[in-house]
Ligand binder design. Structure first.
Ligand SMILES: *[C@@H]1O[C@H](CO)[C@@H](O)[C@H](O)[C@H]1NC(C)=O
Ligand SMILES: *[C@@H]1O[C@H](CO)[C@@H](O)[C@H](O)[C@H]1NC(C)=O
Ligand SMILES: *[C@@H]1O[C@H](CO)[C@@H](O)[C@H](O)[C@H]1NC(C)=O
Ligand SMILES: *[C@@H]1O[C@H](CO)[C@@H](O)[C@H](O)[C@H]1NC(C)=O
Ligand SMILES: *[C@@H]1O[C@H](CO)[C@@H](O)[C@H](O)[C@H]1NC(C)=O
Ligand SMILES: *[C@@H]1O[C@H](CO)[C@@H](O)[C@H](O)[C@H]1NC(C)=O
Ligand SMILES: *[C@@H]1O[C@H](CO)[C@@H](O)[C@H](O)[C@H]1NC(C)=O
Ligand SMILES: *[C@@H]1O[C@H](CO)[C@@H](O)[C@H](O)[C@H]1NC(C)=O
Ligand SMILES: *[C@@H]1O[C@H](CO)[C@@H](O)[C@H](O)[C@H]1NC(C)=O
Ligand SMILES: *[C@@H]1O[C@H](CO)[C@@H](O)[C@H](O)[C@H]1NC(C)=O
Ligand SMILES: *[C@@H]1O[C@H](CO)[C@@H](O)[C@H](O)[C@H]1NC(C)=O
Ligand SMILES: *[C@@H]1O[C@H](CO)[C@@H](O)[C@H](O)[C@H]1NC(C)=O
Length: 716
């Protein structure tokens, strides 16, 4: 696995060079990184001579995943229950060392399925994961791209430049000499790509669809246009070959798709439609939802899914769809029933439909006057989706967007960060556009988060242990919230941030019922309570523990003449920087002469004394020193979308980013049920194979971002 440890060794400090700001530049190596792919060795989790546990019936073969070795079937299930690797994805990423027939014959010939026999089989018949991909040099890498001039303060500028340098570690190409191809000599799940690409990092060693959106945003800031172009070329190749873009570059992701090619009428072909008659207006709309058919454990999470499905009662039912949020209380029919009530299939989601709306708008503008027939068709589709989004999702009394449930034929009373997607896509409800008070109310939860919590905007306000719930906050969502604020016209955002009534907190500024929670039900923010760790008070002005003078802690400096829209952006942008930078420093990151390495006594808290800093995929909004928690795999370091969002924030808000104040690791409280500071180099705090966090489902997200990606490229 690639950690930032490898990255930092590539960075050498050069002494002061003249620059317009006082910042000493961080010198970046443009050498081909030497990346050691340490491949995992199977190890028995019981005595070699012990028999494997008895197995549940083999799930049905899935038409979308035909391999007898790497897709659901007797071989994969046997390897799964033998539990040979900490991460189930390891095995399915290992190419075979023999032909498929020879592998299946060897498997059949195992007379006694003991742990020892299975380990021996895997060792002799499979090779190293990740070896089909190779690190390559970055052509024309500019260590000083112009966006760095936008960043004023010394430390944020040096950190942005350091992160810019991380790209050199994440570029891969397919090593054709190691591929099985159609030789029949071996079998592999890798989909070979003909162009270079950026990997997210960690276990995600292939090109990923959804991550690429934010990766490309960052590549554009870094002026790595040819890599951004290559990313899209790979997607276009996949469209030609498969007719859709798999979630990631492996065959086991190929069932998990959305078809998003430009325009063969297939923008929407693979997404199940739902005809929805609005209970509010009786109008009928055609909406999009996730409803992929899968009735077997995911190959890359086989044991986790298998364990869950065979241990919960009643058996999981609606677990066939995927949304990118794996998993969240947002998609539970009833929060208390948890994974037994996953109800994605019957949920019409705000984010998915907003993304498709934006795609239609963009397609209409691509066609423009060159093809008015196609342009009008997309404009009509966009208008229809916009009307539906405002009818089905928008609650004009609570001033927020909510998912629509086909199960209850009403809006879900569940608030999440998805509420900001329509603004990002360009939809501003009239109540907001015409009324600056209402506009602030629609964003008042952002103000609450900045005042009440130490980090960034959480996925939801429910602490469930699922990775797409509180306290986890994800970089892509901070990008969406910032762009939602940017989409508001300035005539409604120019007033000051309102002050809560005396004796109340910023919760009082939120419209009644918007969060669906009483103030005391919000997640607690851990603080020091003398000898013990306590939560901050839940109500009254004291609940806003991060309220400062004209701004919030780690929220930058108030600017003359800024309205509430700009103030919220400045504060959130600073928090994004703070979370990413502080958690990197807390895991051993340093910049010579600018950011000292923390003493071992502090690094010991995060088990990072031998580490050089992690860029995490998610963060805790309670503790800016900490990575996020939960999920089915350990917290990943790398990490493409985090780098991309950091660079985008640096470019767009660099003049108002201050140096973060990172809490001392020795005195940072660790609240129960909240983020901890114990992520080590490879990440920890995840609940790998807990079984509590997995269902039959397809893997990560597959969103229709390709068209939107293409517009990023039009800026080249
Ligand atoms: C940031 O830098 C880029 C490249 O120099 C420039 O095009 C852009 O306008 C700048 N953005 C801001 C917000 O200053
Ligand atoms: C993108 O890549 C394609 C294929 O390699 C190439 O033909 C095209 O010129 C590139 N476009 C840009 C803008 O670099
Ligand atoms: C890569 O190029 C080869 C040779 O032109 C072609 O056969 C193959 O389909 C291409 N792969 C992809 C993913 O486009
Ligand atoms: C929708 O139609 C039903 C049946 O015609 C009617 O009872 C109801 O009042 C209508 N609702 C609205 C919001 O128009
Ligand atoms: C999923 O299965 C249902 C029922 O078998 C079928 O009607 C539907 O077309 C399938 N959907 C997809 C996307 O294959
Ligand atoms: C799954 O749930 C749906 C509705 O929630 C129900 O109609 C169906 O019978 C259930 N299927 C199974 C296999 O339990
Ligand atoms: C407009 O676009 C459609 C879809 O791509 C295409 O079929 C049609 O030929 C185009 N019309 C013109 C005049 O280019
Ligand atoms: C703000 O400007 C928009 C046009 O950009 C206009 O439609 C709207 O009415 C204005 N809002 C207010 C409150 O003046
Ligand atoms: C503006 O919005 C606020 C908050 O929702 C509301 O109280 C007020 O009546 C609205 N003003 C107008 C003119 O609609
Ligand atoms: C703090 O709040 C969380 C809920 O977010 C709760 O689980 C935890 O028990 C609280 N801790 C203390 C010390 O009260
Ligand atoms: C606010 O300003 C006052 C007076 O300058 C100062 O004493 C106080 O510490 C400041 N509070 C914060 C949170 O910065
Ligand atoms: C949150 O921030 C407050 C002050 O800003 C600090 O006292 C507290 O220790 C922080 N809590 C955590 C968990 O980092």
């Amino acid at each position: 696995m690639l950690t930032a440890a490898a990255t930092l060794t590539a960075l050498l400090f050069h002494g002061a060079a003249a620059q317009s700001s006082a910042t000493a530049p961080v010198a970046l190596s443009t050498e081909v990184p030497s990346i050691t792919e340490s491949t995992a060795i199977a190890s028995a989790t019981a005595a070699s001579s012990s028999q494997l546990p008895s197995q549940a019936p083999i799930p049905p073969k899935q038409a979308w995943c035909p391999s007898e070795i790497f897709c659901a079937g007797p071989l994969l299930q046997t390897i799964g229950v033998a539990n040979l690797f900490p991460d189930d994805k390891t095995f399915v990423d290992k190419p075979t060392s023999k032909s498929s027939q020879a592998i299946l014959a060897d498997f059949q010939n195992i007379s006694q399925p003991t742990y020892g026999a299975i380990v021996k089989f895997v060792d002799s018949d499979f090779t190293g994961e990740g070896l089909e991909l190779e690190a390559i040099p970055l052509p024309n890498f500019n260590p000083n791209p112009p966006f760095l001039n936008n960043v004023t303060a010394t430390l944020p500028k040096a950190f942005a430049q350091t992160v810019h340098g991380f790209w050199t570690q994440l570029i891969r190409s397919t090593n054709s000499s190691t591929l099985c191809g159609s030789s029949g000599k071996c079998e592999s799940t890798l989909i070979p790509l003909n162009h270079t690409f950026v990997v997210p990092g960690g276990r995600f060693r292939e090109q990923y669809y959804w991550d690429s959106f934010w990766i490309v945003e960052g590549l554009i800031q870094s002026q790595l246009f040819s890599v951004a172009n290559d990313t899209l070329q790979n997607f276009m190749d996949e469209l030609e070959i498969f007719g859709f873009i798999p979630n990631g570059g492996r065959i086991y992701y190929a069932g998990e798709y959305i078809d998003a090619s430009g325009d063969k009428g297939i923008l929407t072909r693979a997404l199940p439609l739902a005809e929805v008659t609005s209970p509010f207006t009786n109008k009928t709309f055609t909406m999009f939802r996730y409803a992929v058919n899968n009735t077997a454990p995911r190959p890359e999470s086989y044991l986790a899914d298998y364990t869950t499905v065979n241990s919960v009662s009643p058996a999981l039912n609606d677990t066939v769809a995927e949304s990118g949020w794996d998993y969240t209380t947002r998609f539970f029919l009833s929060p208390n029933d948890g994974l037994n009530s996953v109800n994605v299939r019957n949920t019409i989601g705000i984010d998915l439909n907003s993304i498709l709306y934006k795609n239609h708008v963009l397609m209409a503008s691509f066609y423009g006057t060159a093809n008015t027939t196609s342009a009008s068709r997309h404009t009509a589709a966009a208008e229809s989706l916009k009307a539906a989004i405002l009818d089905l999702f928008w609650d004009s009394s609570k001033l927020a967007f909510y998912d629509f449930s086909l199960t209850t034929n009403s809006r879900n009373n569940f608030f999440s960060v998805a509420t900001f997607y329509p603004y990002w896509s360009g939809i501003i409800p009239d109540e907001v556009a015409q009324n600056s008070t209402a506009a602030f109310s629609a964003f008042s939860s952002v103000n609450l988060v900045l005042n009440r919590y130490n980090g960034t905007f959480p996925t939801t306000f429910i602490t469930s242990g699922q990775q797409w719930d509180a306290p986890n906050a994800w970089p892509p969502h901070q990008y969406i919230v910032l762009n939602a604020l940017r989409a508001l016209p300035s005539n409604i955002t120019s007033g000051a941030i309102p002050t809560p009534p005396s004796n109340q907190s910023t919760f009082a500024l939120i419209p009644s019922g918007q969060l669906g929670l009483a103030e005391k039900a919000l997640p607690g923010q851990p603080v020091q309570g003398g000898a013990t760790i306590i939560n901050a008070t839940t109500s009254g002005p004291g609940a806003d523990i991060n309220k400062g003078n004209n701004t919030v802690a780690n929220g930058g400096t108030a600017q003359a003449g800024e309205g509430w829209g700009q103030a919220l952006q400045r504060q959130l942008a600073n928090r994004v920087f703070t979370s990413i930078l502080c958690s990197w420093q807390a895991t051993g990151g340093s910049i010579p002469n600018i950011l000292p390495r923390l003493p071992d006594a502090e690094l010991n808290v995060t088990l990072s004394t031998t580490n050089n800093g992690n860029m995490f995929e998610k963060f805790s909004n309670l503790d800016v020193n900490s990575a996020g928690q939960g999920g089915e795999y350990t917290v990943q370091a790398g990490f493409g979308w985090t780098n991309g969002v950091l660079l985008w924030v640096a470019s767009n808000y660099g003049s108002v980013i201050d140096s973060p104040i990172c809490p001392d690791l020795l005195i940072t409280p660790t609240g129960s049920g909240s983020g901890t500071s114990s992520s080590n180099g490879s990440g920890s705090g995840g609940t790998t194979k807990s079984g509590a966090n997995a269902t039959y489902s397809t893997s990560k997200s597959f969103l229709a971002f390709t068209v939107i990606l293409a517009t990023l490229l039009t800026r080249l």
